[in-house]
Design a protein around this ligand. Structure first.
Ligand SMILES: O=C(O)CCC(=O)C(=O)O
Ligand SMILES: [Fe+2]
Length: 790
């Protein structure tokens, strides 16, 4: 995109609209400082229609990601009733014919979540509360859309009151009857009546005297339609009942309540609806349903509409999400689909931020069309069960029901594992700029020393281009460089001075913060407890991470546990020192990454999106040892993008060149040694390679060093990387031989054994710190120590 959309218009303040706003705010705000998202809602106030909706485990997970679930929980009993299962009953016999379970055999939810039934209005309130806290989102009520147009690179929405709104992107989330669809994107695609309607009401549970036959939610089948009966508050004070029945189009108008009708007409309609319920269901053998049907409750009629599948979803600057694009007879999952749409679209927009909108839209359709078409077919099949049917057919369906529920269980449960925030997105094709550049840059050569780059010159406009050229060569040929003039000299000096005191703390004090207590591999490692290249390293160290990361919680991916809180040694000032160091070096690292992007003539922020939440800082001590002992064995740094190392004046660091020779990296006063890590190597398809290095243990004095490992996003998957890597490598005219590196250690990031960076990184940590690995991840330890990387 020339520039990411910064003025986004969303039409509709329903679930899809608000979820889109929240997801877009989260994904785009880091890249678009002046982002504004405005939601235009047709109603003057929140609509109270919609009854109780079912939230599947996936829907709950997605609402949690958007901050909404927390808000629902805060509402107390009205935030919804927990649902372990939707039970199915035959209204004829009263017998249970199966269930859809939201818990596994051990009673746990899927990915940490069960089902939940909540009144739609409550969900809306929770969502709007989150919006109110979100700086860049506004809602404007009372704005009915009557049309729209695209004009000079902008999208213009026209409202009934004659006003207009202009934005870079319009998202139509205005439901099944969407005006954005019918008056703009696809006028040939009006909503269609399904022939089926809801008749629904809410009944206080204490007014029902017969026993309630269901636990939390039930679907009750008969040959004249089904009735959903469910609690929708945690205290089970209200029962929401909704009959799903065949209802002809002609009958609709006769049964429709309008605020303009006189009292007598309204009364006639109410009685007619009550009669409908009695005619269909009064013979059921489920007593509490008989009582509900006989009661004086007012049943409201909601005809169910759908959008014909295969219609258009987008033009150049406008796209439809949620029901506006694909309303289908609800399978209790339309809220879930709207949330999936919102999160996926927002992630794609952020990821394709250098591409035209049309590519984002294409990628989105590529991800969604088949899935939606499939869901549409499935829901059609389910809904067929609610049409009136003959006795025999109904008995047959009843008999088949347990079978049907069982046979679809795996598919259902697999679907609940779906996480729109995690799934692999397609990767935009690398820009021509990058390809041309890589093409011209592949310098297959070796090196005999490590080059130096001056950071101050990188930022001075007069010297910048010379220095960028040096950086480019260092990145492509060596993978290692000295960075001088960083401005951090005092900080580094101060920190080195503190290290001997820290390592001289009594053993007990250091052991108090042993890494063994940390599933995130943070803390103290005593001499001899770490292994590299199958040999013990002769070093002692403290590992710290960027403070303040979100702690792992049940339901998060297992590798997310790598990010967690620090353990500080009990020494005044040590926490402060670590925090200062991380804060300052992190901002240097950011500036450096920008220069790397620039030296590749890429947009400055190209790699920002790859940065992880937590970087790691280490204080390392190598005690003197016998000649040629292993301080740390040959390895490539694996945890992230780049390493920023400060070594003292002892020496011992060596890097391996492409001829297999170890080249010294002697200390250079005031400099940092920077090297490419495997994360960055993988992102660039192996073109910017991580270089193998090691430290030879000192013989006559202690060596101290301070490496800082700039973290990579743990959720990046191998598929994403492989796709962009393959694309890049295809464009480079190198012989296979040249593509092979002279000497290599296996890269776990590029192994198909691991699903994402997070897992590859966790494996690396588990094998490097086997004691910690066995303590926290015994099964993974067993698995990874058996695997060899091919
Ligand atoms: O201590 C050093 O100089 C280098 C340490 C290192 O390579 C590492 O910990 O990954
Ligand atoms: Fe290293």
């Amino acid at each position: 995109m020339d520039s990411l959309p910064h003025n986004i218009i969303i039409v509709g303040a329903g679930i899809a609209g608000i979820a889109s706003a929240l997801a877009l705010s989260r994904e785009l705000a880091p890249f678009v400082p002046n982002l504004t998202i405005t939601i235009y809602e047709r109603h003057e106030i929140l609509s109270t229609s919609g009854g109780a909706i079912n939230l599947t485990p996936v829907a709950q997970r997605h609402l949690a990601q958007l901050g909404v679930l927390e808000e629902l929980d805060r509402m107390g009993p009205e935030g919804g009733a927990e649902v372990d299962a939707i039970e199915f009953y035959s209204m004829r016999s009263g017998r249970s014919v199966g269930s859809i379970d939201f818990v596994d055999q051990a009673g746990n939810g899927f990915g940490g979540y069960k089902g939940r039934r909540v009144m739609r209005i409550m969900l809306s309130i929770a969502m709007i509360t989150v919006v109110e806290r979100t700086r860049n989102i506004d809602i404007v009520y009372g704005k009915k859309v009557v049309g729209g147009e695209e004009h000079e690179g902008k999208a213009v929405v026209c409202f009934q009151d004659g006003s207009k709104a202009i934005g870079d992107l319009v998202i139509g989330c205005d439901g099944v009857h969407s005006a954005v669809r019918t008056r703009w994107v696809d006028p040939d695609c009006p909503s269609q009546y399904t022939g089926i309607s809801f008749l629904q009401t809410t009944i206080p549970s204490q007014t029902i005297s017969s026993p309630i036959h269901f636990r939390s939610s039930a679907m009750n089948y008969s040959r004249h339609g089904s009735i959903l009966t469910t609690y929708c508050d945690r205290n089970r004070e209200q029962i929401f009942a909704a009959a799903i029945v065949q209802f002809s189009q002609e009958d609709l108008s006769y049964h429709k309540l309008e605020p303009t009708q006189d009292w007598a007409t309204q009364d006639r309609i109410r009685s007619a609806l009550r009669r409908q319920m009695q005619d269909r269901f009064s013979k059921t053998s489920i007593r509490c349903i008989r009582e509900m049907v006989a009661s004086k409750a007012d049943w409201m009629l909601y005809p169910v509409y759908q959008v014909r599948p295969g219609g258009r979803w987008c033009l150049n600057r406008v796209i439809l999400l949620g029901d506006a694009a694909h309303a289908m007879p609800p399978r209790d999952e339309s809220a879930a689909y709207a949330l999936d749409d919102a999160i996926l679209f927002a992630r794609l927009l952020a990821r394709y931020r250098s591409e035209p909108l049309s590519e984002v839209f294409d990628a989105y359709e590529g991800l969604r069309r088949d899935k939606i078409n499939h869901a549409f077919k499935e829901s059609g099949r389910m809904w067929d069960r609610n049409r009136d049917m003959g006795m025999l057919e109904s008995r047959l369906k009843e008999w088949m029901m347990p079978l049907y529920l069982r046979s679809h269980r795996d598919e259902r449960e697999a679907a609940w594992e779906f996480d729109a925030a995690q799934i692999t997105l397609p990767t935009p094709a690398p820009s021509d700029d990058l390809l041309i550049l890589i093409h011209g840059l592949i310098m297959v050569g070796t090196f005999s020393s490590v080059p130096a780059v001056d950071f101050a010159r990188l930022t001075d406009p007069r010297t910048k281009s010379d220095e960028l050229a040096k950086l480019k060569e260092a990145i492509f040929v060596v993978g290692f460089l000295y960075l001088t003039n960083t401005g951090l000299e005092n900080l580094i000096h101060r920190t080195h001075e503190a290290l001997p005191r820290l390592f001289n703390l009594p053993t007990g004090v250091k052991e108090n913060c042993n890494m063994i207590h940390s599933p995130s591999f943070l803390g103290y490692t005593r001499l001899g407890a770490e292994t590299t290249a199958s040999k013990t390293d002769l070093r002692e160290q403290f590992d710290f991470g960027t403070p303040g990361v979100k702690e792992w919680a049940k339901g998060d991916p297992f590798w997310q546990r790598l990010e967690g809180p620090n353990q500080y040694p009990d020494q005044p000032g040590s926490q402060r020192l670590v925090e200062d160091y991380i804060c300052q070096i992190d901002s240097l690292a950011q500036g450096f990454m920008h220069s790397v992007a620039e030296c590749l003539t890429l947009p400055t922020d190209t790699f920002d999106d790859f940065k992880g939440n937590m970087s790691r800082l280490k204080f390392v001590k190598y005690p003197p040892s016998t000649a040629n002992s292993q301080g740390v064995g040959p390895h490539k740094d694996s945890a992230g993008l780049f390493t920023f190392l400060s070594q003292d004046n002892t020496g011992g660091l060596q890097v391996l060149n492409k001829d297999g020779e170890w080249i010294d990296v002697p200390p250079v006063e005031g400099s940092l040694v920077i090297n490419i890590q495997q994360g960055f190597e993988a992102i660039t398809g192996g073109i910017c390679a991580a270089t193998t290095h090691r430290v030879i243990a000192p013989t006559s004095k202690t060596r101290y060093s301070i490496p800082f490992f700039l973290g990579v996003r743990l959720d990046l998957t191998l598929d994403q990387l492989n796709e962009s890597a393959a694309h890049i490598v295809r464009h480079i005219p190198l012989s296979d031989d040249q593509k092979k590196r002279a000497v290599d250690v296996p890269s776990e990031f590029l192994s198909p054994l691991y699903s994402c960076f997070g897992e590859a990184h966790l494996r690396n940590r588990i094998l490097s710190h086997p004691d910690v690995g066995q303590q926290w991840y015994p099964e993974l330890y067993a698995k990874y120590s058996r695997q060899s990387l091919k």
